[in-house]
Ligand binder design. Structure first.
Ligand SMILES: [Zn+2]
Ligand SMILES: [Zn+2]
Length: 262
């Protein structure tokens, strides 16, 4: 049993390279708990937690660790005839989850919004023998660089069947969103926490840090907003299970940015 998973963010470090304090959490976008750094192991996670698999659309499942572990994010399994995509990751790859994904045809690729969700990505990639797409501006945050990690550069990473990952920046230099045109009439965005849909579902924040409440300069928010306006979307799903905006996402984003950018 090797304690190489940070209990606060879920990042898994290579055996023998576990730092005293997790650099993802000691960065000013995250936090180390007041009681200090806590490590856990994959074995303990398998024993103490389970995985929720919930269908969001006929072709999309949200996947999440229960009870909540680390940041508490969800990943999305997106099924297409040309192959399946995992958007972001959760730190627990249970036997039940592997069987479920295999029953749907496995994974063609894994793509990430940003470093807070890398978790045990190499284990996922080797289990499903697929590449992991990460924006090159976040290269320095890859602490466990397995052979299947593929770094991409520039504004867009085209996938298949019209899906693409679009670079946004802001929260992290390489922060990105996933665009899936076929899920809703105007197109659907999966945003991780590049954008943060508020509990009211009437506001979307674009910040440097959400847990530490650190805003971004208005100029950067404007640039991200302009980039988003060039993308067709009416629906948006964030990293947490309350973050679903169906049909009105473009209007909510416009009103939100209008509050503090003129
Ligand atoms: Zn951490
Ligand atoms: Zn984050």
């Amino acid at each position: 049993m090797i304690d190489n998973i940070c209990a606060t963010c879920g990042t898994q470090y290579p055996q023998g390279e576990v730092p005293d304090v997790c650099p993802i959490c000691s960065d000013d976008r995250q936090f180390v708990p007041e009681s200090g750094q806590v490590w856990t192991s994959g074995v303990r996670l398998q024993q103490q937690r389970s995985v929720l698999i919930r269908q969001l659309y006929p072709e999309v499942y949200e996947i999440k660790v229960l009870p909540d572990f680390a940041i508490g994010q969800r990943a999305f399994l997106i099924l297409t005839p040309g192959g399946n995509l995992l958007w972001d990751c959760i730190p627990l790859l249970s036997e039940q989850l592997v069987s479920f994904i295999r029953s749907k045809g496995g994974l063609k690729a894994i793509a990430f919004s940003h470093p807070h969700y890398y978790s045990n990505m190499n284990e996922w990639a080797s289990t499903f023998d697929c590449p992991v797409y990460i924006h090159g501006k976040d290269d320095e945050w890859i602490f466990n660089k397995g052979p299947r990690i593929s770094v991409w550069e520039g504004g867009e990473k085209p996938l298949w069947e019209g899906m693409k990952v679009i670079h946004m920046g802001g929260h992290f230099p390489g922060s990105a969103v996933l665009h899936v045109p076929s899920l809703s009439p105007g197109g659907t965005l999966f945003v991780g926490d590049t954008l943060y849909i508020a509990r009211s579902r009437k506001h979307i924040a674009i910040q440097y840090s959400y847990p530490n409440h650190i805003p971004l300069p208005a100029k950067i928010v404007r640039e991200i907003f302009d980039r988003l306006l060039r993308v067709g979307f009416d629906t948006m799903h964030g990293a947490f299970d309350f973050q679903n905006l169906a049909g009105n996402a473009r209007e909510v984003l416009g009103a939100s940015v209008g509050r503090y950018v003129v």
